[in-house]
Design a protein around this ligand. Structure first.
Ligand code: 6R9
Length: 576
């Protein structure tokens, strides 16, 4: 046998070459640079709006492509005047404001490697990531600097320059440079030097929901996938208004909240504030948003606020809603589809893949609960694997699982936005590949038509009395119950069954609670899932611990349940 035979989408050899040809490339054969494709190449429509920014107070500012070009040129010149060099790492610790876009794209023009940090990070996760990434330059605000960086500055031995934005005319912190003053002294003309497609551009730290932070390194060639997926998944064209609600500290907010929509000349909506249903509906209406890219968690929060809030707004411009990051459960999908009356499309990808790999698309039948089908240019297999997702070797090679069987989801290595390293961890990187396949760490099933069904992270599956259970299938069913707003499921050790399924649920406002509600949820779960898979125990709680990108931290649920150390909590969304 020679490798997997069941493949969802056979690779089209020409696809990526054609996708690359859609981009301009640097003048005079100077290679490929993300910032050129996102900013400089929009010369013909330079007066079009690139960014609409809304600050916490609701004040609105805009930036045209021409303004973005000049601002990013100034920033690139500034970096060079400060002695920053190609391949130096620049960290960004900024709120969601257009300065972030200017710094990210300007640094890419100067060929630095950009690494975004969540603005909610405390000093320790900042220190850890900046030390691992050898951060030479940091851009932040004066107040974030004082609170989060000043206490650890002495330990950041690689850090040479700190550029700060003063939001309220605060004093300039000692040892920092005032960004706006320095920019005003920089020229707004800049020529991007030759950039190889394989030159590093982005460093994204991911600790996922199960492990310690690792730095996934991406290259300029990733822009081929950003641009291609903006078209194939979202149908984006120049002039469209696109709102990705994710923070750029998460790969979604960088690939689709900064880069991909700009490469097609769309208008980006950038909202500084966090989720608030009224505010979101107001923005969708006033900005005539055509495509909204968000997370299932956010859709569930909108649902909690009630469908009538949506119906009091004119959302006529909205064409598509897409989601990523965790399973889009059928109950939320059904609610969103009937409330917004537009296609609601689940998409799947990872920090390591750099862009969307598997997705539902407008015009293609949506199968509720499925993540859709592989995108053109992406070859997918579900590998015959053991219970923990480790691919079984057949004559030294992994092979495909049968249709409908659960196994580890794998992608044929070689798409343009594939990560090229885990910083400083070559062995860990090598372990992600087998026989030319990238192993995603997710378990999935393929159906006969090539739709991909998510089962769970390999580390999260539950083995109970011989059954392999993905927490997601249980959570999706719990979410169908009228009283359940959020659900998180883990396995806990059991002397008889090995593990048993335990569920934590947050109730919807107005749900009665108490023993009767628990019994009713249990009965619903047993009816839908059968006694072997339904939770043995349901705990009603007020919050489910989640990462800043909305993923359930089952590792933490388990640790709390079993009284184990809680481990790295830097990505934990603060409980409110
Ligand atoms: C973009 C992003 C990646 C992990 C991934 C999987 C989970 C992402 C999903 C999904 C079910 C989807 N995930 N999309 N699970 N359905 N549509 O999320 O990157 O933060 O690296 O997380 O998220 O487990 O492996 P990242």
């Amino acid at each position: 046998m020679s490798g997997p035979t069941v493949i969802a989408s056979p690779r089209d050899e020409r696809f990526w070459a054609d996708a690359r040809a859609e981009l301009e490339g640097l003048p005079h054969g100077g290679g490929l640079n993300i910032a050129h494709e996102a900013v400089d190449r929009h010369r013909a429509d330079a007066d079009a709006t690139a960014i609409v920014a809304i600050d916490r107070q609701g004040r609105r500012t805009t930036l045209t492509y021409a303004e973005l070009r000049r601002a990013t040129n100034r920033f690139a010149n500034l970096l060079e005047s400060l002695g920053a060099r190609a391949s130096d790492t620049m960290f960004v610790l900024l709120p969601r404001r257009p300065e972030l876009h200017v710094c990210v794209l300007g640094a890419m023009k100067a060929r630095l490697v950009v690494s975004p940090l969540f603005p909610a990070f405390g000093p320790e996760p900042i220190r850890q990531r900046m030390a691992l990434g050898h951060g030479r330059v940091l851009v932040t605000t004066a107040s974030l600097y004082e609170r989060r960086v000043a206490p650890i500055r002495a330990s950041l031995t690689h850090l040479e320059r700190v550029l700060v934005i003063r939001e309220h005319d605060e004093e300039l912190p000692a040892g920092t440079i005032d960004l706006s003053a320095a920019l005003s002294r920089s020229s707004d003309r800049y020529e991007i030097a030759a950039t190889r497609p394989s030159d590093p551009a982005l460093l994204h730290f991911t600790s996922g929901t199960t492990g310690t932070p690792k730095g996934a390194l991406h290259v300029h060639e990733a822009v081929v996938a950003h641009h291609s997926t903006a078209t194939t998944v979202f149908g984006l064209q120049s002039g469209d208004v696109f709102w990705c609600t994710a923070d750029p500290g998460w790969v979604t907010g960088m690939s689709y909240g900064v880069l991909a929509p700009l490469t097609v000349g769309a208008t980006l909506v950038v909202d500084e504030a966090d989720l608030d249903a009224d505010r979101w509906y107001g923005i969708l209406e006033r900005e005539h948003v055509n495509v909204l890219y968000t997370a299932p968690t956010a859709l569930r929060m909108l649902r909690k606020a009630g469908g009538d809030v949506a119906s009091s707004h004119d959302l006529g411009a909205l064409r598509t809603i897409a989601s990523v990051g965790e399973p889009l459960d059928p109950a939320t999908l059904a609610w969103a589809t009937s409330t917004f009356r537009v296609p609601v499309l689940d998409t799947w990808w990872q920090t390591e893949t750099g862009g969307i790999m598997i997705a539902n698309r407008a015009g293609v039948e949506v199968r509720p609960g499925s993540m859709g089908t592989p995108l053109p240019g992406i070859e997918v297999a579900v590998l015959d694997s053991d219970d923990r997702g480790v691919p079984r070797q057949h004559d030294g090679h992994p092979v495909a699982a049968a249709v409908g069987e659960t196994g580890q989801l794998a992608l044929r290595a070689g798409w343009p936005s594939m990560f090229r390293a885990y910083l400083g961890e070559p062995e860990r990187y090598a372990r992600c590949f087998a026989d030319g396949w990238y192993l995603t760490g997710d378990l999935a099933r393929l159906d006969a038509d090539g739709y991909v069904w998510f089962v769970g992270r390999c580390d999260d599956v539950i083995k109970s009395a011989g059954h392999l259970i993905g927490p997601n299938e249980v959570e999706s069913v719990l979410l169908q119950h009228a009283d359940v707003a959020e659900a998180g499921v883990i396995g806990v050790p059991d002397p008889v069954a090995g593990e048993i399924v335990k569920a934590f649920v947050v109730l919807r406002a107005g749900a009665p609670g108490g023993e009767r509600t628990t019994r009713s949820i249990l009965a619903h779960a047993r009816r839908q899932l059968g006694a072997a898979i339904a939770p043995r125990e349901i705990v009603i709680t007020t919050t489910i611990p989640k990462t800043k990108s909305g993923k359930i931290l089952r590792r933490l649920l388990r640790a709390r349940e079993l009284g184990l150390p809680e481990g790295d909590l830097s990505t934990l969304e603060p409980e409110v």
